[in-house]
Design a protein around this ligand. Structure first.
Ligand code: BGC
Length: 843
């Protein structure tokens, strides 16, 4: 048997002068290096030299510190498939494991990847909260619950730092939605700010001592986060003792003096930033304080020293942990994260000898990660079709598309042979580059060999396209600026794509592709393709570089026919497995969702297949909640999230019973968007008021007395558990659970605290702790869950401190917030003298 409880909080981290000798030596080296730098060198160090790195300063033995996204892999300094990375399951999946120790192993693997790629700082984890299921980057954050978010984030940061690589816990704070993300002013009252949104950051600072943090684009209560003196200098640093480096989100630093005063250390990316020369000038003009510059430089040098980029200082980690097998870990996290929401009549696991009809576009073209800056490029992907093909005997599996959730053009893929041709103003070729996927993503100075921004006048994506099917093919563009698109000698577009009302500078990377025309083509008959992009007519791009793509969509098939084929396949098989998915248009960075519907005709597909085969299993390949009004009409619903590169292998493991689905919901799954407690993510006059206060997620559902489709914490396995006893002591609870089934398995034991008599406004209950435990058949396991003082505290806005709320609490142990099996009461009193302590315990 084994168990891992969420780590208890520990004391402050302020630099006191009583640090171990290694830290003292590091601080002395930092001070000495700082003393050797003049103002220009110091201010240069505080600005990115390009998209992903800080300048080297050889005079003090400082190497260039390299930063990279984050969080499911380490992309490195190129935004292309040239430099592949292991792609782990997405953050909602990692959180669904409810296992900080597993998150720590994920972190160690990412550190290993970072070291391999020469990356010192991983731009992760994202610990904003699931305030609303409409949040576009929901898949990239962990949970609606701050405690679970803090525990998983702590494990992740500890793991990355075990490998000697830094993290930037992000996005500090309240970047919980994407609409107008650069400017939105989130107005949040003191208690929810502390008890919900800041809480994961605070827990991670206390328990993992992160070496970095990233300040967000948005404002909180009228002040933009890269200038937030109160939250950065007073709360994060002074109160919590954060001694790491504060890096701006990309292009979030806006004002030299205000950013410096607000505690921002590094303005990213470069070379055009509000720091560097602008900061040196501000100091010389008496508008900025050189001692604040020194403080920021100290933070950068400390970061560099920790990651081994400052000569003469021992890095925090001299011997990285044992190497991990990335493919194996990606597969393990995936099956540990899958949440079995429903399993009627034991439909899963699929019994040996049964035939399977696999259905769905995402079963073949797997959607393994969410879009935006979280994108990495693995060197291989195991789709559900690959996974089941490998695991089932020959002849046991059939496949049908059924419905394609995406009807928009995608980057040019199979059939295209393309390259990029760079020309100067006279039309002379100055360089070329192979372009397997039709995407030019040259950020900053990362241009093909021999090409510089000074000489580059136009880029042409050119080559041939050999269709796999006859019919009408669509072609289009993604990106901003002038384009001429020619296919088979026909000019489909010659014009300029402006910014429109899209103020997001990442539009060229993440924005919607635009169809520019259709051409009838014949199977196997190659045609010439050209997309010319003159750079002189591009709108002023806030993101330096050349970013545009040629996109394509093959002939559309009759959707009724596709569904009919799938129904036929389902009817002919013992079990039908339908993989439904969201698309990059639905879940990505830079915009919020408009609804929770599955795109395309996927709902109709599920209903038709379920009508044809009672043993229909639906696999939901999405990073955040979707509506599933057919859920009670199918035999099983398995949530696979965005499962990473080995997702299909893990899916086969779970569907066929080699592994148990280990996940529990880290977020409440609404039946319909209209039921969700927070559906407003669009600011009014620039302001988004968090009017719901403390009540997001299950806290809100319980207050409203309504039931979601599936509650927070819910998830089934392949064995059964009995909750045998709960003992509560002042500082911990002990829960005994027994595996009463016939196979080994894991259980996530959840402990909720519910105030019985309340004098202040609080949720009915909240997650106080949890533990992920394993046990063999018939075996019992005792798990001890710490009860830190914070469990019983609220933020006292007037006094500006945390305060225990005395009274009787019921502690409830169970399988989800709605399935509570045991309870015990605990008296919490404030001692005379103001020292609060837990007093009397009753069963
Ligand atoms: C995102 C960050 C990311 C950065 C660099 C920003 O747009 O908000 O999460 O780390 O870009 O890619």
């Amino acid at each position: 048997m084994s168990g891992t409880a969420a780590a208890p909080r520990r004391g402050g981290t302020t630099v006191t002068g009583h640090e171990p000798p290694q830290e003292q030596a590091r601080e002395a080296a930092v001070e000495a290096a700082l003393g050797k730098l003049d103002l220009d060198a110091k201010t240069r160090l505080l600005a990115g030299q390009d998209m992903w790195s800080l300048p080297a300063l050889p005079e003090i033995g400082l190497a260039s510190v390299v930063l990279s996204d984050g969080p499911v892999g380490v992309r490195g300094v190129r935004w292309t498939a040239d430099d592949p990375s292991v792609a782990l399951p997405s953050p909602t999946a990692l959180a669904a494991t409810w296992d900080p120790a597993l998150a720590r192993r994920a972190g160690r693997l990412l550190a290993q990847e970072a070291r391999r790629k020469g990356v010192h700082v991983l731009l992760a984890p994202t610990v904003n909260l699931h305030r609303s299921p409409l949040g576009g980057r929901h898949f990239e954050a962990y949970s609606e619950d701050p405690f679970l978010t803090g525990a998983i984030g702590t494990g992740y940061v500890l793991g990355v730092q075990d490998g000697g690589v830094a993290t930037t816990v992000k996005h500090f704070v309240a970047n919980d939605a994407e609409t107008d993300r650069f400017t939105v002013d989130n107005t949040i009252a003191g208690r929810p700010l502390r008890e919900l949104y800041l809480a994961p950051f605070e827990a991670i600072v206390e328990n993992a001592r992160p070496w970095g943090i990233m300040t967000a684009y948005n404002q909180v209560n009228g002040c933009t986060m890269t200038e937030h003196h109160h939250l950065v200098n007073e709360v994060l640093r002074a109160e919590w003792g954060f001694d790491g480096c504060n890096v701006s989100d990309w292009m979030a630093a806006r004002d030299t003096g205000r950013a410096l005063a607000g505690g921002l250390d590094v303005a990213m990316p470069g070379p055009r930033t509000v720091y560097g020369e602008a900061l040196a000038a501000a100091v010389r003009a008496g508008e900025a304080d050189e001692s604040a510059v020194d403080a920021a430089v100290r933070n950068v040098l400390r970061l560099a020293a920790r990651v081994g980029a400052l000569d003469g200082v021992r890095p925090a980690v001299t011997e990285p942990p044992q190497p991990l097998d990335g493919d194996a870990l990606a597969r393990e996290i995936a099956h540990r994260s899958f949440v079995l929401l429903r399993n009627d009549r034991g439909a899963l696991p699929v019994a040996p000898g049964r035939t399977v009809a696999l259905i769905g576009a995402a079963a073949r073209d797997a959607r393994i990660l969410g879009g935006g800056s979280a994108q990495v490029f693995p060197d291989h992907v195991v789709s559900p079709l690959d996974g089941l093909t490998a695991a089932l005997p020959p002849g046991a599996l059939t496949y049908a598309t059924g419905a394609d959730p995406s009807d928009e053009p995608a980057p040019a893929g199979p059939g295209f042979t393309l390259r990029a041709v760079c020309r100067d103003a006279r039309g002379t070729v100055v360089g070329t580059a192979p372009l397997p996927s039709g995407q030019v993503r040259w950020i900053g100075d990362d241009l093909p060999d021999g090409v510089t921004h000074d000489t580059l006048h136009s880029v042409e994506i050119t080559g041939t396209f050999t269709p796999r099917e006859s019919g009408e093919h669509s072609f289009g563009t993604r990106g901003l600026g002038a384009f001429t698109l020619t296919v088979a000698g026909e000019t489909l577009y010659d014009g300029v794509q402006g910014m429109g009302d899209q103020a997001d500078p990442f539009e060229a990377l993440f924005g919607a592709p635009t169809e520019r025309g259709r051409v009838a083509l014949t199977q196997d008959v190659a045609v010439e393709v050209s997309l010319l992009h003159p750079l002189d007519r591009a709108p002023a791009a806030p993101l330096p570089g050349v970013l545009f793509s040629l996109v394509h969509l093959g002939p559309r098939r009759d959707p009724d026919e596709l569904i009919a084929e799938a129904v036929e396949a389902a009817r002919a098989a013992d079990t039908a497995v339908v993989v439904v998915a969201t698309t990059e248009r639905v879940e990505s960075e830079g915009f919020d969702r408009r609804d929770l519907r599955l795109p395309g005709r996927q709902d109709e597909l599920v209903r038709a297949v379920a009508a044809a085969n009672p043993d229909t299993v639906v696999v939901v390949n999405a990073g955040s909640p979707v509506e599933m009004d057919w859920r009670d009409d199918v035999a099983a619903v398995l949530l696979s999230w965005f499962p990473g590169q080995e997702g299909g292998a893990a899916l086969a493991d779970v569907l066929l019973g080699a592994e148990e689905p280990g996940g529990r919901l880290p977020t409440t799954w609404p039946a319909a968007l209209a039921d969700a407690p927070v559906t407003e993510v669009t600011p009014t006059d620039g302001t988004l008021a968090y009017t719901e206060g403390l009540f997001i997620g299950y806290r809100a559902w319980e207050r409203a007395g309504t039931s979601p489709a599936y509650p927070f914490g819910h998830g089934l396995g392949y064995t059964t558990w009995e909750y045998e006893s709960l003992d509560v002591a002042p500082e911990h609870a002990t829960v005994r659970v027994r595996n009463t089934g016939a196979r080994g398995g894991r259980e996530v034991v959840q402990l909720y605290a519910a105030p019985m008599t309340d004098t202040v406004e609080r949720p009915a209950r909240w997650l106080a702790g949890f533990a992920s435990v394993g046990a063999g058949p018939g075996e019992a396991v005792d798990v001890e869950i710490p009860l830190p003082r914070r469990t019983f505290e609220i933020w006292d806005e007037e006094a500006g401190r945390w305060t225990v709320v005395p009274g009787t609490y019921e502690l409830q142990a169970g399988r989800s917030v709605a399935d509570r099996r045991l309870s015990a009461t605990l008296e919490v009193r404030k001692e005379a003298g103001g020292d609060p302590s837990v007093r009397r315990v009753t069963r």
